[in-house]
Every structure is written in C-alpha cells, then in structure tokens.
Design a protein around this ligand. Structure first.
Ligand code: SF4
Ligand code: FES
Length: 247
C-alpha cells in the first residue's frame, strides 16, 4: 500500500498571518481507510494539535463535514482510495465554506442552525389532529415526504451553495428542504407560517437552481426538488389567498 500526502488547511486563532496549508505523510493502513482515518492518524502520530470534528464515524451524525479535493464531503464517508487509487497521492482537506472557522477544520455552524430555526425546522402539531397521527406507508403523502426526512444536518449543502456564499441571510438548502418536508406533512400545523417565511426575499426565490446542494448531499436528498416544490406551494397558496402577496 502506498503512502498518501494529506494536506490540510490550518487556521489558528493565534496565527495572525491567516490560514496556511500543511502536508503530512500518512501510511495507508487499510484499503478502507477514510479521510477521517487519515486525519485521526495525523492527530495521533504527527500533530496532536490538528483540530477537526467527528463522532459516529459511520455517516450518521453529520459532524465531520469538510471540503476534500475541492468538493464537500463527510470525512468518514470518503475513502482515500476513491481519491488517489492504489498508487497514493495527495488529498487536500479544508474546512467547509460560508461558515466562520474556529480552528483548522472546525467551523462554527451557528448561522446554519439559525436559518433552520428561522425556516421553522421544529415540527408543530396541528390543533385537534387525529391521535395517533399516521401517514400510511404506501400513501402519496408518505412518498412525497420520505426522501426529505433523512437530513443529518451536516451543512455540506450550505457549504456547496454559491448563493449562501454571497448572502449569509439566505436560508439555504437544508432549511428549505426541512420546510418542504413539514409543509408536505398533514400532521404539521405550521405550514402557512413556513410558506410565508420561505416566500421572503431570502428564501426560495434566492435559489438559482444550480443543484450543487443536491450533488453533495451524503444522504442523497433531492434538495433542489424540495425548493422547487416549495416554490409551487407558495405560488398556489398566494393564488388561493392563503398567504400574503408581498414578499
Ligand atoms: S440536506 Fe443533505 S447535505 Fe444538507 S445538511 Fe442535510 S444531509 Fe447534509
Ligand atoms: S463522524 Fe459522524 S458523519 Fe462522519
């Protein structure tokens, strides 16, 4: 097995010169070695000060999102072999975009969570709804909602979204995907309010349908389709007079 060169963009609060790239030689310890395994190897064997987040190591928790060779991905879900083959080579890792860097690969997801909250990410049960509430597995409603419920809030779609990079007020793909899942759910009572928020200047109409969010989502969520679905719901709701006409 060949060694790899792991090149990491490093940022330290003490370093006034700004970020810099640092390379480490890492042995490929297994064919199934992930980028996260390589980062852990560096932390344990070369530089214990290297900072990054991780928890589950199995693509479930969403904490290890980074940019790998220029593309957003989960460090634990990206195999080194898939990047350099069996001959070794360089893997470049940097923090996610559009979020403040705390240190090295650790970013502050505050604005990402603020947008989720702003779009109404919490389920709001309908008054007087049937108990137990149910949506049958083979129903049209279930098929509409299900692809949009698997979000692990990793933030990779936000990092890949060029509109989010230009406008930090844009709600962003994950928040809009969550809003779509909830307004499509008959058990939820907050639909009107969610559509009203989605219809504002920094909601659905800021999306340029570039599909980058959908391309990088590790859970395969059709995020762009959710935003298009929200647009249709907003237009229909406005025509029916259910939500205001002003943005
Ligand atoms: S929609 Fe996909 S890429 Fe975006 S936060 Fe959720 S899991 Fe991550
Ligand atoms: S460590 Fe949990 S998703 Fe990578």
């Amino acid at each position: 097995m060949a060694d790899i060169t792991l090149t990491v963009k490093r940022t330290s609060t003490a370093d006034e010169a700004g970020p810099s790239w640092q390379s480490f030689q890492v042995p490929e310890i297994a064919e199934t070695m992930s980028v996260l395994d390589a980062l852990i190897w560096v932390q344990q064997n070369s530089d214990p000060t290297l900072a990054f987040r991780r928890a589950c190591r199995v693509k479930m928790c969403g904490t290890c999102g980074v940019v790998i060779n220029g593309r957003e991905g989960l460090a634990c879900g990206t195999l080194v072999r898939s990047l350099v083959g069996d001959r070794g080579g360089e893997v470049r890792v940097e923090p996610m975009r559009h979020l403040p860097v705390v240190r090295d690969l650790v970013t502050d997801p505050g604005v990402f969570y603020q947008h989720l909250a702003g779009a109404g990410a919490a389920f709001s049960p309908k008054d007087g709804g049937q108990e137990p509430a149910e949506i049958l597995p083979d129903s049209k409603e279930r098929k509409t909602i299900d692809p949009h419920r698997e979000c692990i809030y990793c933030g990779l779609c936000y990092s890949a979204c060029s509109v989010a990079g230009l406008d930090s007020g844009f709600l962003g793909p994950a928040a809009l995907n969550r809003a779509f899942a909830l307004v499509s759910d008959s058990r939820d009572g907050g639909g009107k309010q969610r559509l009203q928020v989605a219809a504002t200047e920094q909601g659905i109409w800021r999306c340029h349908t570039i599909f980058e969010c959908t391309a990088v989502c590790p859970k395969g969520i059709p995020i762009t389709a959710a935003i298009q679905g929200l647009k249709r719901k907003v237009v229909v709701s406005k025509l029916k007079g259910l939500i205001g006409l002003d943005r």
